[in-house]
Design a protein around this ligand. Structure first.
Ligand SMILES: Cc1ncc(COP(=O)(O)O)c(C=O)c1O
Length: 408
C-alpha cells in the first residue's frame, strides 16, 4: 500500500497573535495625538523615545575601530570575554563559586533564549515539575510547555493587599514533591513589580533546601530595578552562599538597552567543576541543533562595557538614570492619584519596583482605558512605568481616576 501525506498548508490553524505585540499594533493604529503606550516592557526617556545608552555608543565606536574584530562564528558557548564578565556581574567578582570553577556560563539569545535552553536541558536531564509564579511573565508558560516540562504554579500576588502572597508561596514550596524545580525572579518581578524582602528570601532558601528543590533564577533586570547591580543580585548571591546547585539566566536587553541585539547568558552553579562542564556541554549540543551559535554584536558591546573600568563606571551611572526616572514616575503617579482622591489605596504603585506596576485595575477598566482614553496596557492591569513621563502622567492619573469611579 502506498502512503500519501497531506501537504496542503490550508489545514494549518492560525496561531493567536502575541498579546503584547498585538497591543503595540493597536497603539500604532490609534491616531489620537495623546495616546499612551504602557504595554511593551522597553525603556523610554522622558520624551517617550527609546534611549541608546551613551556608554553603548562609546563601546560601538571602539568595536568599529578594533582591527581584531571580524565576522567569524563565535564558539558554541559564546564569546568568552563576555561570558566570563557576565558571570562576575551576577555572582560577584570575588565569588568563591567562580574561583572554584563550579560556575559554567553560556551565551544565549537574550533572556528568552536562556530560558529556552534551560527548559530543554531540564526536560532532558531533570524529570521534575517546574513551579512558576502566578502570575508570571507570560512567555514562561509558553517556553516550559513547548519544552515538554510539567508546569505547576505558586501563588505570588495577593489581590487583597496588592502585595506578595508570602504565606501561600511558602506553603506551596513545602508541599511540592521533593526535588521540584522552582522558577524565581530575583528582582523586579514581571508582571507584579513585587519582590520578596531579603529576610523573605532567606526563608525561601531554607524551605527550598529542606525539600531539596532546584532553584532557577530568571534575571532579566539586574541593575535596572534599583539602579544598583549588587543589590539586584543579592538573592542570587545568597543562594550561591547557601550551597545550592542552580541555574541563573541573564539578559542585557533592559540594563544595557540591547533589546534587539539579543544578548544574554545562562549560568549553572554546580557542586563540582565537572558537573558545571557537563551542563554547558549539553547546552552546546542543544543550541547547535537549534541555531548553531549566538550572534556576536551584542556580546561584543556588553563585553567592552563590562571589561573596561571607565565604561563600566559610566554604565552604572546610566543605569541610575533609567531606574531613577522610573522610580520618579511612580512617585508622580502616586502624587496625582492622591491629589485626585482616587478611591482605593495606591501605595503599591510606589512600593513596587522595576519596569512594571501591577495596578489592580480589572479587565473592564483596562478596556475602557483603551477605548475612551487611548491608554494601552495589558489585560491583567499591568503598566510599563517606562511609558510614563512628565508630559503624560497627569493625563494617565485622570484616566485611572475616571475608570475607578465609573467602571466596575
Ligand atoms: C521575567 C523575564 N524573563 C525574561 C525576559 C526576556 O527578555 P529578553 O529575551 O528580551 O532578554 C523578560 C523580558 O520581558 C522578562 O520579563
Amino acid at each position: 500500500m502506498t502512503v500519501t501525506y497531506d501537504n496542503s498548508l490550508q489545514n494549518v490553524p492560525l496561531a493567536p497573535p502575541d498579546a503584547i505585540l498585538n497591543l503595540s499594533a493597536l497603539y500604532k493604529a490609534d491616531t489620537d495625538p495623546h495616546k499612551i503606550n504602557l504595554g511593551v516592557g522597553a525603556y523610554r526617556d522622558n520624551d517617550g523615545k527609546p534611549w541608546i545608552l551613551p556608554v553603548v555608543k562609546k563601546a560601538e565606536e571602539l568595536i568599529l575601530h578594533d582591527p581584531n574584530v571580524d565576522h567569524e562564528y563565535l564558539p558554541t558557548a559564546g564569546l568568552q570575554s563576555f561570558t566570563d564578565a557576565s558571570a562576575k556581574l551576577i555572582f560577584g567578582a570575588d565569588s568563591p563559586a567562580i574561583k572554584e570553577k563550579r560556575v559554567g556560563t553560556f551565551q544565549t539569545i537574550s533572556g528568552t533564549g536562556a530560558c529556552r535552553i534551560a527548559a530543554d536541558f531540564l526536560a532532558r536531564h531533570r524529570k521534575a515539575p517546574i513551579y512558576i509564579s502566578n502570575p508570571s511573565w507570560a512567555n514562561h508558560q509558553a517556553i516550559f510547555t513547548d519544552a515538554g516540562l510539567e508546569i505547576k504554579y505558586y501563588q505570588y500576588w495577593d489581590p487583597q493587599t496588592r502585595g506578595l502572597a508570602f504565606a501561600s508561596l511558602i506553603e506551596t514550596f513545602k508541599s511540592a514533591p521533593e526535588g521540584s524545580i522552582i522558577l524565581l525572579h530575583p528582582c523586579a518581578h514581571n508582571p507584579t513589580g513585587v519582590d520578596p524582602t531579603f529576610e523573605q528570601w532567606k526563608i525561601i532558601a531554607d524551605v527550598l533546601k529542606s525539600k531539596n528543590h532546584f532553584p532557577f533564577f530568571d534575571c532579566a533586570y539586574q541593575g535596572f530595578a534599583s539602579g544598583d547591580l549588587d543589590r539586584d543580585a543579592q538573592a542570587v548571591r545568597y543562594f550561591v552562599e547557601q550551597g545550592f546547585e542552580m541555574l541563573v539566566t541573564q539578559s542585557f536587553a533592559k540594563n544595557m538597552g540591547l533589546y534587539g541585539e539579543r544578548c544574554g547568558a545562562l549560568n549553572v552553579v554546580a557542586k563540582t567543576e565537572e558537573s558545571a562542564k557537563k551542563a554547558v556541554s549539553q547546552w552546546c549540543k542543544i543550541s547547535r541543533a537549534a541555531y548553531s551559535t549566538a550572534p556576536s554584536y551584542g556580546a561584543r558591546i556588553a563585553s567592552t562595557v563590562l571589561n573596561n573600568p571607565e565604561l563600566y563606571q559610566q554604565w552604572t551611572e546610566e543605569l541610575k538614570t533609567m531606574s531613577y526616572r522610573i522610580i520618579n514616575m511612580r512617585d508622580e503617579l502616586f502624587k496625582h492619584l492622591q491629589e485626585l482622591g482616587t478611591p482605593g489605596t495606591w501605595n503599591h504603585v510606589v512600593d513596587q519596583i522595576g519596569m512594571f506596576s501591577y495596578t489592580g485595575l480589572n479587565l473592564n477598566q483596562v478596556n475602557t482605558l483603551k477605548e475612551k482614553f487611548h491608554v494601552y496596557l495589558t489585560d491583567n492591569g499591568r503598566i510599563s512605568m517606562a511609558g510614563l513621563n512628565t508630559g503624560n502622567v497627569r493625563k494617565f492619573a485622570e484616566a485611572v481616576d475616571w475608570v475607578v469611579r465609573n467602571v466596575q
